[in-house]
Design a protein around this ligand. Structure first.
Ligand code: SF4
Ligand code: SF4
Length: 439
């Protein structure tokens, strides 16, 4: 089917249909080349291949069907959004496009050149009207996590309704109290959009659905990263599956991720690995990988390394915690538990943020990784500055680390590959030396 079949709908939501079709065909070509050419992919990836082909077609039709039933559609840029509330209202909550270089030149007509590419890419999609998710949103939900985002919302609001949540930058008691109030306000805004009060049961059901989604992703994370001898799925495929969790219908998605995990479990038992024995196992830390940003994963996995985990928002930071539902008997208790879960997110926007460092060290040990790549988007001051503290802690523990700062342009792909290659060589040498020493 794809976008062609839904041309009328796409045009009705104000999309630039011609430009969009061209972008989609380039995106699908890139997906075919980078993903479908991999050997020995799990069968369960077929669903995600199908989803990619319908990413801006069938899924957009589903979202607009919900809107026609007065259900909310909320576009987001951050994992602080309490999606449980939107799902509880029967609506769709999704991450907006922000990983493509194709929209950046347009964004730079309104935004400065020297801010993070994620923000510029997303803003450019709105200016170009080439993202069907943005066009389908009742409102875009922004937050005050970093300076660049916070000010961009004021400009984006001229083109599309933006609702902003104040995320505190510290986690003191008074900050957490105001955070809870923000979640309550968000819920009230959803009620305004739908014209209907949300019941406790609806919100609990939304929370249960999202908890299940995060549980499935945690299962995938363990299967790909916790077995030192077998990597049953490529890091690139696992990243793609995680990225789609921000767009797909959560119940269908959870079912498909669990089906994939059943298959991966068998692969682990039968020792079916997509990488050769002794391939260096890398963890990636840092800023999120919004689709179609697959540059780093492609560079690593075509150079002889395996990515076994992303400690990022499109990754472990998103699914590591769930909302406690036991003994929730009134709305206040649910709001409190939502706040507790969301405030465990260890984004670099917080100060201090030491739990993130402790977590990274633990993750490295649990996964028996061989090294880490600290990845930051250019001009992301928050993660760039925090990288100093993280790399210092890694160094103390003798953990090899490569720091990569990049944007979405293809220009530095060759340079990244060369640096990754040298890093992997040093890891292989270290491994061989350790094996020799232990003889
Ligand atoms: S890195 Fe921080 S600001 Fe960015 S998506 Fe994650 S939680 Fe939100
Ligand atoms: S990557 Fe950094 S600069 Fe970009 S939106 Fe996230 S926190 Fe802000």
């Amino acid at each position: 089917m794809g976008v062609e079949v839904h041309k009328e709908l796409l045009s009705s939501i104000g999309l630039d249909v011609e430009k969009h079709a061209k972008m989609m065909s380039m995106g699908l070509e890139a997906y075919k080349n980078q993903f479908m050419s991999q050997d020995n992919r799990p069968e369960g990836m077929k669903y995600f291949d199908w989803f990619m082909s319908e990413i801006q077609g069938e899924r957009i039709a589903e979202i607009n069907k919900l809107r026609a039933e007065k259900k909310p559609a909320v576009g987001t840029f951050c994992i602080f959004v309490p999606e449980e509330i939107v799902v509880g209202a029967g609506g769709a909550c999704y991450g907006l496009c922000g990983g493509s270089p194709a929209t950046i030149a347009d964004a730079e007509t309104e935004l400065p050149r020297n801010i993070c590419p994620l923000i510029k890419s997303a803003h450019g999609f709105k200016l170009q009207r080439t993202c069907a998710y943005t066009q389908s949103s009742d409102f875009i939900y922004g937050e005050t996590t970093c300076e660049a985002k916070k000010k961009t919302w004021e400009i984006l609001d001229k083109h599309h309704p933006v609702h902003v949540m104040n995320i505190p930058h510290m986690k003191r008691e008074k900050d957490l109290k105001s955070w809870k109030e923000e979640i309550v306000e968000f819920k009230e805004h959803i009620e305004e959009v739908t014209g209907k009060k949300l019941s406790l049961e609806e919100m609990k059901e939304g929370t249960r659905i999202v908890n299940e989604k995060r549980k499935a992703l945690l299962r995938l994370d363990a299967l790909r990263g916790m077995n030192p001898d077998v990597v049953p799925i490529s890091g690139k495929d696992a990243l793609f599956v995680t990225q789609m969790g921000f767009l797909d219908d959560p119940e269908r998605y959870t079912q498909k991720v669990n089906e994939l995990c059943d298959e991966l479990e068998k692969r682990v038992e039968e020792k079916i690995s997509v990488f050769e024995k002794d391939t260096p196992r890398l963890m990636v830390l840092g800023t999120p990988f919004a689709p179609p940003n697959w540059k780093l994963h492609t560079a690593v996995e075509t150079t002889g390394g395996a990515i076994i985990n992303e400690e990022s928002c499109i990754g472990h930071r998103y699914y590591k915690d769930n909302v406690e539902l036991e003994n929730v008997e009134d709305e206040d208790a649910l709001m409190e538990n939502l706040m507790k879960r969301y405030s465990q997110i260890d984004c670099a926007c917080f100060t201090p943020n030491t739990p993130r460092i402790d977590k990274i060290l633990q993750m490295y040990k649990d996964r028996k990784a061989d090294g880490v790549i600290y990845y930051t988007l250019s001009f992301c001051h928050t993660y760039n500055v925090e990288s100093h503290l993280v790399t210092e802690a890694l160094e103390k523990e003798g953990i090899p680390c490569l720091v990569i700062e990049s944007d979405y342009s293809p220009e530095d792909a060759g340079q990244i590959k060369t640096r990754v290659e040298a890093f992997l060589e040093s890891l292989t040498f270290k491994k061989k030396a350790a094996a020799f020493k232990s003889k």
